[in-house]
Write a protein that binds this ligand. Structure first.
Ligand SMILES: *Cc1c(COP(=O)(O)O)cnc(C)c1O
Length: 497
């Protein structure tokens, strides 16, 4: 069966998977969604014997139906290889009543690698399929994590260049060093004298500037985006939920068709939406537990049916979840509105106008499968400490938000179903917050001392990604003003005025 993708804001737009990946964003600011969710029509006995790569093919081939078998298998082979430090790619670890699905074994030790290691290959394949002759120039604004993961994915991928803009004084020292040491002939990192919003606005302006687009087209280039709303990032994220379930079955932790719960630390709503799609494919998932930090817009939404971004933005120790507009939620809204683009568009217009909207009681009823809650900063630190004290297992701050919410859920509901918690970052990436949660005495230690200490107490080898930045030379030096961003891009692409 061929699967097509339609626009959540305009029912008249319908494209193939490769076109959706190439375009990134649909017209009118809408998002692409599959017109039907394909069924996972493979027996669990068979799935349970598959490697990660085989599972990836089984799941992704059902969504990306205009890719040939050879094309898709090539993308998968190039993505899930020795960049990951374990053959399992996404191992499951049992600790204190839950299974932690470790999604941080890729190049930048956070879960963005799961999708960003394959997106470049999907994008290049999509360009070829649609007879695009230009080289693809990825423009990305980053608040720290996405830029590095995107560069690691695109580095030395034939036919692409990637330019990352970040706020010069707005990322952590480890994040900055990770970016500035990035290798690859086609990678460019630029610090801007401004904040993340200004970087993002600058990038969006370039995307929609007709004169600039004509100029770069003339030179054999076109812009594209590695943003998390690209369907090419969403589909690869469905894979690990299927893989985790199949591994639990293979290891006789669950019976055939036994339902499990899934807990996801949520920011932009991409990761948990992938779990929802996995459930809709037929994977036996019961509750989808949506965990927020103190920026608890989603908790309030699931409770009241009102989405309201008009509130203070709180900086937390789980920065990748500090977000007030969860872009991918639009795909769920569209669906519970009965796949109605008009109704969805009206709500999204209210969001951009008044910063809020309320769904109908009918729509709210369809959210029963979700449970939302949040962890305060103090609860998150306590979760890290008690899990370590009880089991010796050390988790990062984002994962701890999820583990804390799972505890609340279990206490409230007495639900004893087996539960998988998405573990989205290595504790080494947030070593300071993690170590200070375990013992305040670490407050005075340097960043790299804390990393050594963490390795010691957790009995886990320091990941290569961290070792690399200790000694790696800084390769990128460009810094510019916000209004110089277009000139910097033209300079990189060697385009004269
Ligand atoms: C991006 C990110 C999240 C949030 O994922 P969404 O798909 O945006 O909901 C959670 N944890 C970490 C470590 C991340 O990098």
């Amino acid at each position: 069966m061929d699967i097509f993708y339609t626009n959540t804001r305009d029912a008249s737009e319908q494209v193939t998977a490769s076109q959706a990946i190439l375009n990134g964003l649909a017209k009118n600011g809408g998002l692409y969604v599959p017109t039907v969710i394909p069924k996972l029509d493979i027996p669990m006995e068979e799935l349970s014997q598959m490697t990660y790569q085989e599972t990836a093919y089984a799941v992704m081939s059902r969504f990306l139906t205009d890719f040939t078998e050879e094309e898709l298998k090539n993308c998968i082979r190039n993505a899930y290889d020795s960049k990951f430090d374990t053959k399992e790619i996404a191992p499951l670890v049992y600790a204190d009543g839950a299974y932690y699905l470790e999604l941080f074994h890729g190049a930048t030790i956070a879960f963005k690698d799961m999708a960003l290691s394959i997106l470049p290959h999907l994008l290049i394949t999509s360009a070829r399929k649609n007879h695009v002759k230009n080289d693809i120039v990825i423009l990305t604004a980053t608040s720290g994590d996405t830029g590095k993961a995107a560069m690691a994915g695109f580095a030395d991928v034939e036919g692409t260049k990637i330019i990352v803009f970040y706020p010069k004084d707005g990322v952590s020292p480890v994040q900055e060093k990770q970016m500035l040491t990035q290798k690859g002939k086609n990678t460019y990192v630029v610090g801007i004298r401004g904040n993340f919003d200004e970087a993002q606005t600058g990038v969006k302006k370039m995307f929609s500037d007709p004169q600039m687009n004509a100029q770069i087209n003339g030179a054999g280039y076109q812009f594209s985006s590695a943003n998390s709303i690209n369907i090419g990032r969403l589909v690869p994220q469905i894979v690990y939920y299927v893989y985790a379930y199949a591994k639990l079955f293979a290891n006789q932790k669950i019976e055939k068709d036994e339902k499990i719960n899934v807990v996801v630390p949520t920011g932009n709503f991409g990761n948990i939406l992938a779990a929802y799609y996995a459930k809709n494919m037929g994977l036996p998932i019961d509750r989808l537990i949506c965990a927020s930090n103190e920026n608890k817009v989603l908790f309030d939404f699931f409770r009241t049916g009102e989405y309201n971004r008009n509130r203070e933005f709180i900086l937390t120790s789980s920065p990748s979840m500090d977000i007030l507009i969860s872009s991918n939620l639009e795909r769920l809204i569209y669906r519970i509105a009965g796949n109605n683009a008009k109704d969805n568009l009206a709500l999204m217009q209210e969001l951009s106008g008044e910063g809020k909207y309320t769904i109908t009681p009918d729509m709210k009823k369809q959210l029963d499968t979700f449970y939302g809650n949040y962890s305060s900063e103090q609860e998150t630190a306590e979760t890290i400490r008690t899990l370590y004290e009880n089991t010796g297992y050390v988790i990062d701050t984002h994962t701890a938000v999820a583990a804390g919410v799972y505890r609340k859920y279990a206490a409230e509901t007495n639900d004893t179903k087996k539960t998988v918690i998405a573990s989205t970052a290595s504790p080494f990436k947030f070593a300071r917050s993690v170590m200070e949660a375990i013992d305040p005495k670490y407050q005075d230690s340097s960043d790299f001392d804390l990393i050594d200490k963490l390795s010691e107490i957790a009995n886990v080898k320091i990941p290569q990604a961290i070792e690399d930045i200790r000694s790696a030379p800084v390769l990128h030096h460009t810094v510019c003003e916000v209004d110089e961003m277009p000139a910097v891009v033209k300079n990189i692409l060697k385009i004269g005025e």
